[in-house]
Ligand binder design. Sequence first.
Ligand code: ADP
Ligand code: MG
Length: 248
Amino acid sequence: MNKKNKAEILKILNLNKRFGSLEVLRDVTLSVAEGEVVSVIGPSGSGKSTLLRCINFLEKSQSGEIYIGGNAIERKEKVVNKMRQNVGMVFQHFNLFPHKTVLQNVIEGPIQVKGVPKKDAVTQAEEILRNVGLSDKTHVYPAMLSGGQKQRVAIARTLAMEPGIILFDEPTSALDPELVGEVLNVIRDLAREGMTMLIVTHEMGFAREVSDRIVFMDEGRIVEEGPPEEIFTTPKNNRTRIFLGKFL
Ligand code: ADP
Ligand code: MG
């Protein structure tokens, strides 16, 4: 599919982020087009999570610009709350409300943040839960779920907000190996449906299969980016080669 001519949903220009004297992001420039799936790979500590947190304004950057838009890139940092609604985020540790049922977790955002009537929110949540294979867990509390099921609820909760883009921060890293597949399957389905996603992952096979583009980060910089076939078979940069060598 040619996604080149599609609108940019996310555009980051020359982003710089420091924690004290530690430079964590250095001149990061990155765009994601509508319907595109971009995976970010790189060693631990290279700034991947910080990048996602900056996009979602959980962290404030020192300089640079972040634009999030639908058809046009229209919103700047002033309207952070509106923008956040358009950016879904799925974390390594699911962050579900423990005292709410699966259904209550999923309808909370639409009702509280978007003002969706409860009846409509429930109808929508039931459909989403069906799509992620959790219809039978609708009225269960998170403590009763496996890690894979919890993460699928977290994805359902994000989908209920109907974001323009979803950011995933190592969504399967906290899972037992046998539970990784069910979560990757849900993300794979979303990719097929054309959801725009920026995915930080160590699942190289999955990244290669599902992504339109791979971004390799090291020491706070985007060192190399390109189509999966190129990055995984003929990386240009030596640091990319060394990093990927660890997965061979
Ligand atoms: P990655 O997700 O690629 O492993 P991170 O974005 O989590 O990397 O971290 C990048 C660097 O920033 C690391 O050196 C980390 O220790 C540092 N860092 C992350 N968050 C904070 C913070 N809140 N305060 C200070 N340093 C931080
Ligand atoms: Mg991280």
